[in-house]
Design a protein around this ligand. Sequence first.
Ligand code: F6P
Length: 341
Amino acid sequence: MRVGVLTGGGDCPGLNAVIRAIVRRGVPEYGYSFLGFRDGWRGPLEALTKPLDIPAVRGLLPRGGTILGSSRTNPFAIDDGVTKIKKNLQNLGVDALIAIGGEDTLGVATKLHEMGVNVVGVPKTIDNDLSGTDYTFGFDTAVTIATEAIDRLHTTAESHHRTLIVEVMGRHAGWIALHSGMAGGANAILVPEVRFDIDKVCEWVESRFRLDYAPIIVVSEGAMPKDGEEVLLTGDKDAFGHVRLGGIGDWLGREIESRTGKEARTTVLGHVQRGGTPTARDRWLATRFGLHAIDAVAAGKWGQMTALRGTDIVTVPLQEATKQLKLVDPALYAEAEVFFG
Ligand code: F6P
C-alpha cells in the first residue's frame, strides 16, 4: 500500500513528530511506502509531492513547523477540486491519505471520505478547539511559551507600575488564554466564550495597584467586551471563510489607560506561540497519534481520527471532531476568577 501524508492549516509544534512516527512504524511494521504531499490540500490538488521514507524523517522529533509545508487551500472552493484530487491520487498510486490538521483540514477530509477517498485524520492545533479529543498536540507548547512570556512580563510591569496586557492566539476558543493565564498568575483572563465588562476589568486593575503590585491581563484574540464585537486585524477572509483576529489587546490598553489614568502597554505574542521546538508532552502526544494513525490505516478505519481520551489513544469519526468547536466551559472559566483583581 502507498500512503500519502499531508499537513494543513496553521502550522503547529509536533507536526514533524507525527510524520516521523507514521513512517517509522509504517515501513517496518506494515511494509507500506509513503508519499508526502506539500502545502496541505494544495499538494494532492496540484500533485505537489515530496519523497517520504525513513532517511527523510531522521532528526524530525524536536523540529518545529512541518517538513511538508502547509496552506489553507480549500479544494471545495476550487472548480473540480475533488475530481483533481481523486485523479492525482490515482495517477500517483496513492491508496490512502493521512491528513494532519485542524477543523478546516479535517473538515475537507470528512467530505472526501464521504466521496469515497480512503482518509484517516490526525488532530492538530495550538488552539485545542477540536471536539472528539481531550487535547491536540501543539497546545502544550503554545501554553508553555505564553506562560513564560507572562512570567517575564510580571517583573517589568512591577518595575514600571504599569498594566501589561498579553494578547494570545486561540481564535474563537479561550484555551490558551485560560491555561497560560492561570499558570502565569494573571490578574484577569479574558476569553471569547465569556464577554467581559471593561468597568470590571478596570476595577481589577485598580485593586491590583492598591496592593502595590502591577496587573497582568491575558486576553484571547477573540475576546469581546459585553457591548462590542470581535476586533479584526483586517477584513480579509481565508479560503474557509475565517476572519483574521487581532487588536483587542491594543484596544484594552487604550481603554484601561484612559479610564485608570495609569500607563498600560500591550504585548501581542502572535506566531511565536506556534514556532520552534515542541514541548516533551507535545512530542509524546504527536508521536502516539502518528503510531495510531498508521494502525488505523492498516485496519481500514477510513473516516476516523486519532484522539486522546484520558491517557488512551482511540479513534473517533472525523465528523465528531469537525461538527462543532470545543469551547471553554464557563464553569471552568469561573475557577480562574478567584484570582482576578
Ligand atoms: O488556528 C491557529 C491559529 O494560530 C489561530 O490561533 C490564529 O487565529 C490563526 O491560526 C492565525 O492564522 P495565520 O497563521 O494565518 O495568521
